[in-house]
Design a protein around this ligand. Structure first.
Ligand code: ZN
Length: 392
């Protein structure tokens, strides 16, 4: 008995380069003796015993986008325009700290190494708890919604105050504060500008929802379509007479897309993390790549709400860093990043699964910060590097 075990993995990701197929690690005691291709490791360590073959060996993945305060919602797969009123709005009383605590317990049980969470502005107690007490690392993004340009300055002043208050609660190695203008059309153009300049100056990471439903593109090109109509109908109850042109600070235009609009406003200069990005043009993908912004995809949420399929291979080809998130349980079903990886492999059948593994590990840390533990000779071995099977 040499005391060395050789563990074979269909996909091995050391945390560096591209994951490899048919990889292996040689483990002795609690230390990695070697990591690399199965055949060469067998030749170099003939005394090591092969006792296990697993799906993936990799550092723990991270969940880059969730809404923990919605964790007491009941999951329902409905088309987007039915889901918003019948699930999100109808169950608003279920949002809050109890849900967030329930959600964090699920995140921890799922084995995610870090979390990117959007905090609803009506539940500031969730932010105080995440920053001050919750045992998790990552970023808690303070959400901002205000489509009325007339109140942009006032809302911005409030955000500056909120940020100053929350920043005092941050603890080393735990959640950091971030900012999340909710979406391209629910925050007015002057406020989007103020928030992104502020985030850049203050070094606040930023996430926003972009190009989720196909009709978001229509809102920008023509000011019409289902999203524009339902949004304006709901907004005009509080701001009579508000138009899409008022919110955007310019007229819709056949050449305008959610991404070209953000580029025009200077929002992409803050290198935000763009959530969803399902309904985009080739030019949008190039613009995002040039800006250095990164993207989080939520495959189950996009499929369940019938928003379309993320053009993953095109983003990778353009050099954009892609990460994975579950979104809330209301649209994503569970907060397990491993469930999301499994679904991503099922939905993106023609995509090399090694890209999905790398996105969940490295892409997520590009969004949230944090070091990747490398799997190489001399580093400590951790059984959690063997992932639950995500291949089916
Ligand atoms: Zn979201």
């Amino acid at each position: 008995m040499s005391g060395l075990e050789l563990i074979h993995a269909d996909i091995l990701y050391s945390g560096m380069g591209l994951p490899i197929r048919n990889g292996a690690v040689v483990v002795g005691g609690q230390t990695i003796a070697a990591a690399g291709e199965l055949d060469s490791l067998r030749a170099q360590h003939p005394q090591a015993e092969l006792r296990r073959t697993v799906d993936v060996i990799a550092p723990p993945p991270v969940n880059a986008h969730a809404h923990l305060d919605m964790s007491d919602y009941v999951f329902q797969a409905l088309p987007y325009f039915q889901w918003i009123p019948e699930v999100v709005i109808a169950n608003r009383s279920a949002r809050g700290l109890a849900g967030a605590k329930n959600g964090l317990a699920q995140i921890r049980a799922s084995g995610a190494a870090a979390l990117g969470d959007i905090v609803w502005p009506k539940t500031p107690e969730v932010m105080a708890w995440l920053l001050g007490e919750a045992d998790v690392s990552g970023v808690a993004y303070w959400e901002v919604l205000d489509p009325d340009p007339a109140t942009a300055e006032q809302t911005f002043r409030q955000v500056v105050e909120d940020v100053a208050r929350f920043r005092k609660l941050e603890r080393p190695g735990k959640m950091r504060l971030g900012l999340s203008p909710h979406a391209t059309y629910t925050v007015s153009s002057p406020l989007l500008r103020l928030l992104s300049d502020f985030a850049r100056r203050e070094g606040l990471p930023m996430q926003l929802h972009v190009a989720e439903h196909p009709s978001e593109l229509e809102l920008f090109t023509s000011g019409a379509g289902r999203l524009a109509e339902s949004f304006i109908r709901s907004m005009q109850t509080s701001v009579p007479g508000l138009t899409i042109a008022d919110v955007l600070g310019r007229a819709p235009d056949p050449e305008l897309t959610p991404i070209s609009y953000l580029a025009e406003l200077g929002v992409l200069d803050a290198k935000p993390t763009l959530i969803h990005m399902v309904n985009v043009t080739d030019a949008d993908i190039r613009t995002v790549a040039q800006s250095g912004a990164n993207v989080v995809t939520c495959p189950r949420s996009n499929a369940n709400l019938e928003c379309g399929t993320f053009r993953w291979a095109d983003f990778v080809a353009a050099g954009v860093d892609v990460a994975l998130g579950t979104d809330s349980v209301a649209s994503g079903e569970t907060l397990s990043i491993f469930d999301e990886i499994t679904a991503a492999r099922r939905i993106h059948t023609s995509l090399d699964p090694r890209l999905i593994v790398r996105a969940a590990v490295k892409g997520g840390r590009r969004v949230l910060g944090g070091q990747i533990p490398f799997l190489r000779r001399g580093e400590a071995w951790d059984e959690t590097y063997i992932w639950p099977d995500t291949s089916s």
